[in-house]
Design a protein around this ligand. Structure first.
Ligand code: GLN
Length: 198
């Protein structure tokens, strides 16, 4: 079986995701490829899709304009694994905070959660922590960059990690959302966890 993983390549840290996913496929000894999604017509051929970090307003608007929004909703219905990191987490949510409302940015609404953009304050733009995650033993070295967080989740959402009382990793069926950036560090446990959702 060949695994085809698509990375939304409109803006943000696309390259880092592509490289980390390629390494993960090698580690799994799986035949596969990682493709960049810039336009309509590619999502359907992918087995799993990643939405990277970046500017959620820009990524969301362009995805909608390119018709990728609708394709991702269909992929979610087919229960394909979809993973959003940081800005990607914002886009997966059903509901946003005032900042999201102010910009009028479109959301995919694939997860029953409410998100807050820049949830850790602007003065603490980026930081790193050793995070306890329910799915792993030990800690995960997590890099946060102007990170959002989930401030509310329904019971159908599984909380995988919290920080300062806010949810920073969560899963609902095959949809995974993280506030931080595992594509920037060497630990690929979350990448494997994501591909195992398929
Ligand atoms: N704060 C950004 C946003 O909501 C996300 C930052 C990031 O992806 N590193 O668009």
């Amino acid at each position: 079986m060949t695994t085809r993983i698509g990375v939304i390549a409109i803006q943000g840290d696309v390259e880092e995701h592509v490289i980390a996913l390629e390494k993960t496929l090698v580690e799994r000894r799986e035949k596969g490829e990682v493709v960049k999604i810039k336009h309509q017509g590619i999502v359907d051929s992918c087995d799993a899709i990643v939405i990277p970090g970046g500017e959620s307003t820009t990524i969301g608007r362009l995805m909608e304009r390119e018709g990728i929004f609708q394709e991702l909703k269909e992929a979610a219905e087919e229960e394909k694994p979809i993973w959003g990191t940081c800005a990607g987490m914002v886009l997966l949510a059903k509901e946003g905070d005032e900042e999201v409302a102010k910009t009028g940015q479109p959301l995919l609404g694939l997860m029953d959660v409410k998100v807050k953009r820049n949830a850790f304050g602007r003065q603490r733009e980026s930081f790193e922590v050793l995070l306890k995650m329910s799915i792993f033993d030990g800690y995960f070295h997590a890099v946060f960059i102007r990170a959002p967080a989930i401030t509310y989740a329904t019971d159908s959402v599984e909380v995988l990690a919290t920080l300062n009382g806010q949810i920073v990793a969560a899963k609902q069926k095959n949809i995974l959302a993280l506030s931080f950036h595992p594509e920037l560090t060497v630990d690929r446990r979350i990448h494997h966890y994501f591909l195992d959702l398929g």
